[in-house]
Design a protein around this ligand. Structure first.
Ligand code: PLP
Length: 378
């Protein structure tokens, strides 16, 4: 081993309780909440499952709003907790409308839990949480929000929107680690969880353990050894956003989505999968391959032209028709967006039997650059 491979990630001073609490407080500020925030020692699916298993029990009626693949997972967890699940679905090409939620709540007054994904990185749509939150608050149900793909990419106003359980992760627009996550828990949510005999206790999925063993004791002693490296990385991610300015980071993501959509419209052959600009998630832009194009082949050809661009084909049933352009991390950048469009243009041209004309790549880059500059100021 040479000197420049010194193991700098090892032999650090232990992460103490005060530092751990300080990181939680920084995350709370980023989430715009004054409620409890628990840093969970695992990827964001851990707090998402923990919220559902803690707040839902047999006899619960849950409204699960499905606008992408994560919502389907929530439905499975809700049913496995014994809840009756009412489902509202929006096409992946758009958002759920607050009126749909209001109608569902009116039809089933016994609904006591609502699960919603803010932005879907997988399908590229985002939902109007402020309006939906107001509807849910009026009804009185608890609102759980998956904000993993929205935090850092678009405004997230946890308390103002009446979100009772808000889950974030570090690995998307925060450009941080994937191995820790965080959840905010409102006072009403704690009451519901404490009254739920089925809520996990003495379990990795337990929110109550953190309340009783960490929060209620004034956050003086950690219940177990923390994921130190991931926690330090999370702190650096939050600090970097604060240093740049949250509004600036959000604007970069908005600009990336706007530029990609404008560029693709000019390029032709592909189209934005999410139809209306307001429903498009700033964290990732999805594109529709149609008229005989296969998304997987377009992505492979584009990556052959430039392996560095953040393109991927969607998973599962959408694999043939959906292309995803990621904007988070270092990808929320003007040059990366333009390179992605260049690669798509080159890939489309390289495909055999191209069924539709591809526009001029230079025109696409011009349209994308102008759209970026309209958001950021060129
Ligand atoms: C990325 C993401 C998560 C975290 O899941 P991974 O598949 O592990 O990245 C959860 N919810 C949403 C909406 C996400 O976009």
């Amino acid at each position: 081993m040479t000197a420049n491979t010194a193991p700098v990630l090892l032999d650090l001073a232990p992460l103490d309780a005060a530092h751990f609490a300080r990181i939680e407080d920084k995350v709370a500020a980023l989430m715009r909440t004054r409620e409890s925030v628990v840093a969970m020692q695992g990827e964001a699916l851990l707090p998402l499952e923990a919220c559902i298993r803690s707040a839902v029990r047999p006899g619960s009626t849950a409204l699960n709003i499905i606008t992408g693949p994560y919502g389907e997972t929530f439905g499975d967890w809700l049913r496995s907790c014994g809840a009756e699940v009412v489902t509202v679905t929006a096409p992946f090409s758009g958002a759920v409308m607050p009126e749909q939620v209001a109608d569902a709540l009116r039809a089933r007054p016994e609904i006591d839990f609502v699960s919603l994904v803010h932005a879907e990185a997988a399908t590229g749509n985002t939902n109007p949480v402020a309006e939906i939150g107001a509807v849910v608050r009026e009804h009185g149900a608890l609102l759980m929000l998956d904000a993993v793909a929205s935090v850092g990419a678009e405004p997230l106003l946890t308390d103002e929107w009446g979100v009772d359980l808000c889950v974030i992760g570090g690995q998307k627009a925060m450009a941080g680690p994937a191995g820790v996550s965080a959840v905010s828990v409102s006072a009403r949510a704690w009451d519901r969880i404490a009254a739920n005999e089925q809520a996990p206790r003495r379990s990795y999925l337990s929110l109550l353990d953190w309340k009783e063993r960490w929060i209620d004791g004034g956050r003086k002693a950690l219940p177990h050894a923390p994921a130190q490296l991931e926690m330090l990385a999370l702190e650096q991610a939050v600090d970097r956003i604060e240093a740049a300015g949250l509004d600036t980071v959000i604007a970069r993501h908005r600009a990336a989505a706007a530029a990609t959509r404008a560029g693709v419209r000019a390029l032709g052959a592909l189209s934005p999968y999410v139809v209306r600009d307001v429903d498009a998630a700033p964290a990732a832009t999805t594109l529709r391959a149609s008229d005989g194009l296969d998304a997987r082949e377009v992505v492979a050809a584009a990556l052959a032209a430039d392996p560095a661009v953040p393109l991927q084909a969607a998973g599962g049933a959408l694999a043939a028709e959906m292309i995803r352009v990621n904007h988070y991390g270092t990808a929320a950048d003007r040059a990366v967006v333009l390179d992605s469009l260049s690669a798509l243009g080159a890939g489309l041209r390289a495909l055999d039997g191209q069924p539709r004309p591809v526009g001029d790549v230079e025109d696409a880059l011009k349209a994308a650059g102008a759209a970026w500059d309209a958001v950021i100021g060129g």
